[in-house]
Design a protein around this ligand. Structure first.
Ligand SMILES: CC(C)(COP(=O)(O)OP(=O)(O)OC[C@H]1O[C@@H](n2cnc3c(N)ncnc32)[C@H](O)[C@@H]1OP(=O)(O)O)[C@@H](O)C(=O)NCCC(=O)NCCS
Length: 164
């Protein structure tokens, strides 16, 4: 088991894709589901690098599609760990599209995902501590911590009412 505490920059992931016809809809822009797939894969790799265990996506939160991504453009997917609980990890992902001929780039999508690390029997298992270092990392950590505690309250109250 990988128990060593890590900083967000030690496990951050950057992936690139080239938008091909297989990725696009009738508007010649990328399908939302394809972007979500890229985001999920990048975020899962961040969690693997942090905990060294199999992980599952438990929740996808606040996904914003800000701008479309055009056919032929390059796509940069940047993911890093914002927060860890006992067995869960929250990853922030930013997607940027780049015009390969002019170099012009813009943020197209942002999302937060929660993953849970699993043991050999598929049960949630404790993950290593996260050590946020920079001002941005500390801000993301504190924001995520607040959101986790608010969401836990909502989930528990829904469970108690038998709604989820
Ligand atoms: C994710 C999963 C393992 C959680 O199992 P569980 O029995 O609810 O486990 P627990 O109640 O012990 O919760 C484990 C952790 O997950 C977090 N969690 C569980 N459900 C969550 C949700 N919907 N949103 C955010 N966090 C969640 C809990 O807060 C807890 O975090 P902590 O240990 O850091 O405090 C289980 O729901 C599952 O297997 N889901 C299916 C996953 C899947 O198939 N994903 C798609 C393919 S990868």
């Amino acid at each position: 088991m990988n128990t060593k505490s890590k900083t967000p920059s030690e496990t951050a992931v950057e992936m690139r894709e080239l938008v091909m016809p297989i990725h696009t809809n009738s508007l010649n822009t990328v399908f939302g589901g394809t972007v979500m797939g890229w985001i999920d894969v990048a975020a899962a790799m961040v969690c693997h690098r942090h905990c060294g265990k199999p992980v599952v996506t438990a929740h996808i939160d606040d996904i914003d599609f800000i701008a479309p991504i055009k056919m032929g453009y390059h796509v940069l997917i940047q993911a890093s760990l914002n927060y860890v609980g006992r067995t869960s990890m929250i990853v922030g992902v930013k997607v940027t599209s780049e015009n390969p001929y002019t170099g012009e780039s813009r943020t197209t999508t942002k999302a937060y995902l929660t993953f849970v690390a699993l043991d050999d029997l598929g049960r949630p298992i404790k993950v290593p501590e996260l050590i946020p270092e920079s001002e941005d990392e500390i801000r993301r950590f504190e924001n995520a911590k607040k959101r986790v505690s608010m969401k836990k309250e909502v989930r528990n109250s829904m469970r108690n009412k038998g709604e989820k």
